[in-house]
Ligand binder design. Structure first.
Ligand SMILES: Cc1cc2nc3c(=O)[nH]c(=O)nc-3n(C[C@H](O)[C@H](O)[C@H](O)COP(=O)(O)OP(=O)(O)OC[C@H]3O[C@@H](n4cnc5c(N)ncnc54)[C@H](O)[C@@H]3O)c2cc1C
Length: 454
């Protein structure tokens, strides 16, 4: 039986490990921290449930649904409240709901008339002639400058904590890029059902994908999975990988273990700290992928102390509105059990990112967020709960040089057969994409092992 070592017990490493074990392989999962899950981290305090990292898991594929089932968490799933579908964008310092129908799109104050009419031109604009372009250039070309400023800028702040002037359209938003490549128009492509899909990914259309958390928080997923994996070692930081005549040897602490297959599911920034075989030494350059800092700030209030009804997912802030926050989720509207009772509400705000990296390190982030929310949401009283968590290197940015790193990852796997790469630095940053990619990787590894034993 092949022995597979997986470095890193974030969602990518856990998913890869679980499916390889399920297929009958011997798996050892090594994690440098004392717990699994990476940034997935739930805090429970006096009846408040706050996510220090990701707050929602989008069920982008059937693989996500299957993993939850395999983790034994079907009965723990908490679906987002259907009444909290509305999404707000800050406009002239107040939340304005994002149009959800043609009628509301025509009347929205978020765009001027000439920008609305500009949308009619979109089907007649040809696809990009270059191999890639920034997301900002892509959107300006197809939908106009105001759509970029009012919709895409805040959206990208919410997803990547990123800057559309730097992100690659092709790698950071491949669905959008492919829609244009295949259908020559985003509007026409959407009317025809979106970009073509790889059936093996078992994608669920985004408008049908459920938004998920668990009764006691997202932590339940990594906790349950890590208990199901037979060999997990915590406080096991891998510092050296050696190629042997067959397979690899992996060193951590005082220990060294051998394996036939090795998966690196750590972070893009982590290769620098590992002694690597010469075939894959260039992976150290992945630490040049920019990871901006983000501070996640929770403020809990009495319901009666906020004027806004918080009747939606949250509010995103365009850079032109000049706030010190990227956006705020109305967490207790999405998942009502996040507070000690129905007369309380929980807001979760994001500070920093590529827009204002220095703000993430603010000495009093709670005060900074309260100052920003006071006028935006009409806050009258003081918070009754607060918690913050700084992620110094939060989310990898797939910027214009990302193509070079994508190629390097493919080449490294070819240069060192039996060595594989997984994680949010490859093929998508969201939990849902990380899970889907990890399932696909486990299938690829299993198939290669079957071939080598025939
Ligand atoms: C603030 C924040 C908010 C987010 N919000 C959302 C959201 O709402 N929805 C969403 O879908 N996504 C969200 N994301 C993104 C998502 O959480 C991450 O992309 C995802 O968790 C990454 O998983 P991963 O397994 O690829 O990496 P990680 O979870 O980072 O796992 C890597 C693991 O490898 C370990 N490791 C590293 N080096 C070594 C070594 N040498 N030896 C042993 N172990 C090692 C690390 O300790 C870590 O546990 C958010 C991220 C952040 C930071």
């Amino acid at each position: 039986m092949a022995h597979i070592v997986i470095i890193g017990a974030g969602i990518s490493g856990l998913t890869t490990a679980w499916y390889l074990q399920k297929k009958g392989h011997r798996v050892t999962l090594l994690e440098k921290k004392s717990r699994a899950g990476g940034p997935i981290s739930t805090v429970q305090e006096d009846g408040w449930i706050a996510e220090e990292g990701p707050g929602t898991l989008l069920e982008v594929s059937e693989h996500v649904r299957n993993l939850i089932q395999d983790a034994g968490l079907e009965n723990e799933v908490l679906l987002s409240n259907p009444k909290a579908k509305k999404r707000f964008i800050a406009f002239q310092k107040k939340p304005v709901s994002l149009p959800s129908s043609i009628k509301s799109a025509i009347s929205t104050p978020l765009l001027h008339w000439n920008s609305k009419l500009r949308f009619l031109k979109e089907p007649f604009i040809g696809p990009a002639k270059s191999e890639d372009e920034t997301l900002a250039d892509f959107v300006r070309r197809r939908l106009g400058a105001e759509a970029l400023e009012r919709f895409i800028n805040p959206l990208v702040g919410g997803i990547y904590a990123g800057d559309p002037e730097r992100l690659s359209a092709r790698y950071a938003f491949p669905r959008l890029w492919n829609l244009e490549q295949e259908h020559k128009s985003l509007i026409r492509g959407m009317m025809k059902g979106g970009p073509s899909k790889d059936p093996a990914r078992k994608e669920i259309p985004r408008n049908k994908a459920r938004i998920i958390n668990f009764k006691k928080g997202l932590n339940q997923l990594p906790e349950s999975l890590s208990k199901k994996i037979e060999t997990v070692e915590f406080n096991a930081e891998v510092t050296k990988i050696r190629k042997k005549s067959t397979g690899f040897s992996v060193s951590y602490g005082e220990k060294e273990i051998d394996c036939d297959v090795l998966v690196y599911a750590g972070r893009a920034t982590g290769f620098r700290n590992i002694s690597l075989p010469k075939e894959i030494e260039d992976l150290k350059s992945l630490d040049q992928i920019v990871h901006p800092p983000v501070c996640v700030v929770h403020l809990g209030f009495r319901r009666s102390d906020i004027a806004h009804p918080l009747d939606g997912f949250g509010v995103l802030i365009p850079a032109v509105e000049k706030f010190d926050i990227l956006g705020t989720q109305f967490n207790s509207s999405l998942f009502p059990n996040r507070t000690p009772g129905s007369d309380f509400v929980l807001t979760t705000s994001f500070v920093g990112g590529m827009r204002q990296p220095e703000m993430a390190h603010h000495s009093n982030p709670e005060e900074l967020v309260l100052k920003n929310l006071t006028n935006l949401l009409g806050i009258k009283g003081k918070p009754v709960f607060s918690h913050h968590k700084l992620w110094p290197k939060a989310i990898p940015q797939y910027e214009m040089d990302y193509g070079k790193y994508a190629l390097l990852m493919d080449d490294s796997e070819k240069a060192l057969p039996g060595f594989y790469l997984a994680g949010n630095y490859r093929g998508g940053i969201s939990l849902g994409d990380s899970i889907t990619n990890a399932v696909m990787l486990s299938e690829r590894i299993d198939a290669s092992l079957q071939d080598s034993f025939i």
